[in-house]
Ligand binder design. Structure first.
Ligand code: BJW
Length: 230
């Protein structure tokens, strides 16, 4: 029997219960840091040390964080469905929980790329990326992430995945950042959409979507158990 194709679209709320901060919640990263000083190409030009420090701190936190119950439940869901995960998160907690198909829209914290050659991407050994870490052509390595104002190269495959989905699960994203948020509107007609987020989604046109207003670590495992036992 053909397995149902379930596409998951996750954001920072997915990893909140692993101890990683979201961006726009009241205690989020953008309360503590000015986004324009750490997550834009202009910030990189103005102060590389500051940008590297911001990502080094987050990388150190990630190395001690663990996947939570929601990450693990999505990995278990693969026994029953063809699961594809599109994540805006730069952490690797979906992979560490055991999920196989994970597409990172906004890059990966544990990778660096050359500031002179976007095709030169390497894994970061440990947590620190510092000034003087260069690619073989001598260009400074930068975090392998997508900053505001930069193109999102993985949008095309992500749109394809969503268009092919039989069901879409949207987990822990405020749907404020484009073009990523627009993915929700790429689902086929009649495809069920379920949103897991304790926050309000009043700013976003969710249409017929079901909104489960509970933390992911609580709601996703329950949803997966119900789906598996159907
Ligand atoms: C829980 C929970 C629990 C809490 N369980 N849930 C159209 C309209 C308007 C603006 C634009 C537009 N198109 C483009 C733009 C500009 C811009 C943009 O979107 N700006 C808006 C903010 C206004 N977009 C861009 O610049 C993008 N690039 C682009 O458009 O390029 C065009 C181009 C084309 C060709 C050439 C050149 C350019 C790039 C966007 C890059 C985003 N980068 C960041 C940072 C980098 C990575 C990093 O440092 O981590 O990505 S910003 C940040 O936001 C990060 C995230 O991936 C992203 C999304 O955030 P997310 O995941 O939704 O987090 P939060 O905090 O917002 O929400 C958390 C949610 O969790 C909340 O709802 C909580 O309730 C919930 N929650 N606990 C479940 N336990």
């Amino acid at each position: 029997m053909r397995k149902e194709k379930i596409v998951v679209f996750s954001g920072a709320g997915m990893s909140a219960e692993s101890g990683l901060k979201t961006f726009r919640d009241s205690d989020g990263l953008w309360e503590e840091y000015n986004v324009y000083e750490v997550a834009t190409p202009e910030a990189w030009i103005a102060d590389q040390e500051k940008v590297l420090h911001f990502y080094n701190l987050r990388r150190r936190q990630l190395l001690t964080a663990e996947p939570n119950a929601a990450h693990r439940a999505l990995a278990e869901l693969e026994a029953k469905a063809d699961v594809r995960i599109i994540t805006q998160n730069i952490d690797d907690l979906h992979e560490r929980a055991g999920s196989i198909s994970v597409l990172h829209l906004h890059g990966e914290l544990r990778k660096a790329r050359s500031s002179g050659n976007p095709n030169y991407v390497v894994s970061i050994d440990g947590s620190e990326l510092v000034r003087g870490d260069v690619c073989p052509s001598g260009f400074q390595l930068r975090p392998h992430v997508v900053w505001f104002g930069e193109a999102v190269p993985m949008m095309e495959p992500a749109v394809e995945w969503v268009r092919e989905a039989d069901r879409l699960l949207v987990i822990g994203t405020s749907l404020n950042v484009y073009p990523a948020a627009g993915l929700v509107h790429e689902v086929g007609q009649g495809v069920p959409v379920t949103v897991f987020d304790p926050g309000s989604m009043d700013h976003f046109q969710l249409g017929e979507a079901e909104h489960i207003k509970y933390p992911a670590g609580e709601a996703v495992p329950k949803w997966v158990q119900d789906f598996i036992s159907e």
